[in-house]
Ligand binder design. Structure first.
Ligand code: GRF
Length: 189
């Protein structure tokens, strides 16, 4: 059984979608949901899905081992970042080498890096008059959005698409691909 922890900072719609995908899969369990904000809606979703959750501050994440200890307490094998906005500290990177994946709402290396998240990304795509955009699923290393790319999918950005239109098309791709790709890289660990 591969035990997965999902880190999120906000709504958690990807976290919910991932849990639904694996709920009848006896080889994979979403065993813990972690957030860096006590008011993140993902915690509400965790409660509704009966998944244990853990809240930490960025200070605790960067300066202590309490997050790593919590992951070990729950025998976590694999980490998924789904809308998680903080940099992953080296103690987690080394403990989970090549076992942390992230989803970015653009075609990295375009529109990646610190501060490029959520609507900031979609607005930048529209402002740059990009002809296409999409999602990137990648391994996580110590720098934002720089790990080895695992999967990308894209769509054409049409003339009158605004940032909200791009955001909803991006979410569709995320819900379609992220759980399957996680299964491909995490299963059987
Ligand atoms: C997603 O668009 C993801 O690509 C980005 O943050 C967003 C998270 O949305 N990293 P949600 O919290 O899963 O609804």
């Amino acid at each position: 059984m591969t035990r997965i922890a999902i880190f999120a900072s906000g709504s958690g719609s990807n976290a919910q979608n991932i849990n639904e995908y694996f709920k009848d899969n006896s080889d994979v369990s979403i065993s813990l949901i972690l957030a860096n904000k006590s008011d993140a809606y993902v915690l509400e979703r965790a409660k509704n899905m009966n998944i244990p959750s853990f809240v930490f501050s960025n200070k605790e994440l960067q300066n202590t081992t309490i997050v790593l200890e919590k992951l070990q307490e729950f025998d976590i094998d694999f980490i998924v970042l789904a809308g998680f906005l903080l940099k992953v500290p080296s103690n987690l990177i080394s403990a989970y080498s090549n076992k942390i994946v992230n989803i970015h709402p653009a075609l990295l290396p375009k529109f990646g890096g610190k501060g490029m998240y959520g609507m900031h990304v979609h607005q930048a795509v529209v402002d740059n008059k990009e002809k296409e955009t999409g999602i990137t699923i990648h391994y996580v290393n110590e720098n934002y959005d720089e790990g080895q790319i695992i999967f990308q999918d894209k769509f054409k950005v049409v003339e009158n698409d605004n940032a909200d239109d791009v955001a909803s098309k991006i979410h569709e791709l995320e819900y379609e691909h992220f759980p399957r790709v996680i299964g491909e890289v995490a299963e059987g660990l």
